[in-house]
Design a protein around this ligand. Structure first.
Ligand code: GLA
Length: 409
């Protein structure tokens, strides 16, 4: 596979009339010279038509004819596009708000697609990269880091990766509070055990429904394979799985494979020695939590008068499900959630992987000051170690912008 970046070539512009002309047009348009130029060749397909998207090999070559682009990086967030052909109108947009209007196929949309593609691809590369550390992460962290925009949360959907704005209600603040318990996801198997439990639950559910279970590894695959709702999936889980933990022997028997096959195909390196898995509870959490995400988004969109109460209630249900069904909380997180609810949060839950780390609470803005004071007193100031960490552990926050590069001016 060729993964090389495009090469760089140093050229004398006087010997390249097309580049020279492009430079002059750029100068007169933007009042500054381009910093570099990009060439993308045309192509001709020698043989193999309409078979690439079916997965088959094709036989094209690049040709000498090409498109040239002159570029000048700027410090602002605004991208300005102009075409040497004046029938294609100038266009500019904020890079954080790239909207591609598919009903009107305008020339600049191709540039915007490139911009969006790079943002998504970088997120996916970083998701894959994290797996080299040994944890089978899902990509939420990397995706939001690249796709975030100031002032809005995002619904992140996977395969293909997509982000949709979710406008949070005014009148509430989000408060992050660290439990002062740390859990190293890569050094322990907690996280991967849950990933494996979901994978095994997927396979058992898929097999019981006559789906191609060998190719399925995500609980979402079963839902889309069956074409049913999340509520239906909860019923399926109850009918197919049992609440008692499954031994590896039972799982391999259900799937009709040997223990060795189960270990090599179904389990990560750090879960090879795990002997029992809770499939029913984990699947129940996943399907119910997935439904809560959609409900959360719906409430944000509809913005009813009691949105802050309704969203808070969903966050509380989420925490209970994490604690009871997914068993990814810990006593300190549970205590912190209780304290946050006691002092005015409408909702409070562990956030991220769990077993330590932070809670996130939704707090009506008019209660924020007393909330911060009281949570500080009740959770941090009652313990010397926590007291030392209080300043960096308890803070209110807002949706911020995504990853970027700084260069020295
Ligand atoms: C960690 C992982 C994410 C996600 C969360 C749990 O943050 O990196 O991919 O699985 O846990 O929601």
């Amino acid at each position: 596979m060729a993964t090389d970046a495009p090469s760089t070539l140093r050229v004398q512009l006087v010997e390249q009339p097309r580049l020279q002309k492009l430079k002059e047009m750029f100068l007169s348009k933007f009042g500054t010279a381009p910093e570099f130029y990009v060439r993308a060749p045309g192509r001709v397909n020698l043989i193999g038509e309409h078979i690439d998207y079916c997965g088959y090999a094709v036989l094209p070559m690049a040709i000498e004819q090409d498109i040239l682009i002159a570029v000048k990086p700027v410090k602002s967030q605004v991208v300005q596009l102009a075409n040497t052909d004046s029938s294609y109108l100038d266009f500019s947009t904020n890079v954080n708000n790239v909207q591609i209007n598919k009903t009107k196929p305008q020339w600049h949309n191709y540039f915007l697609c490139g911009l969006k593609g790079i943002q998504v691809e970088l997120a996916e590369i970083c998701t894959k990269s994290e797996r080299y550390i040994g944890t089978e992460g899902g990509g939420m962290d990397q995706s939001i880091s690249f796709l975030a925009e100031e002032g809005t949360a995002k619904l992140i959907e996977f395969s293909p990766l997509r982000a949709t704005d979710v406008k949070l209600p005014s009148g509430a603040a989000f408060v992050i509070a660290h439990s002062c318990v740390e859990m190293n996801k890569a050094a322990t198997s907690h996280y991967n055990i849950r990933v494996m439990e979901c994978r095994l639950a997927t396979k058992l559910l898929a097999k019981s429904k006559g789906l191609d279970w060998k190719d399925m590894s995500r609980l979402h695959d079963v839902q889309s394979g069956l074409g049913v709702s999340l509520a239906d999936m909860l019923t399926v889980v109850e009918a197919v799985l049992h609440p008692e933990p499954y031994s590896t022997e039972e799982i391999s028997k259900c799937l009709g494979i040997s223990l060795e096959e189960l270990r090599s195909q179904g389990l990560s390196q750090n879960t090879q020695d795990v002997s029992t898995f809770k499939l029913y509870q984990r699947a129940k959490h996943v399907y119910s939590e997935a439904a809560r995400v959609l409900e959360f988004k719906k409430i944000c969109n509809e913005a009813p008068a009691d949105a802050i109460q309704l969203l808070g209630e969903l966050m509380n249900q989420s925490h209970i499900s994490c604690r009871e069904m997914y068993e990814c909380s810990c006593p300190e997180l549970d205590r912190l959630v209780d304290i946050c609810l006691q002092f005015g949060a409408t909702g409070s839950r562990l956030t991220g992987a769990g077993w330590g780390g932070c809670t996130v609470s939704m707090v009506p803005t008019d209660k924020l000051n007393t909330f911060m004071k009281n949570v500080g007193k009740a959770y941090y100031q009652t313990n010397v170690q926590r007291l030392a960490l209080e300043n960096n552990s308890l803070f209110a926050t807002k949706p911020g912008s995504g990853a970027l590069v700084f260069v020295e001016a």
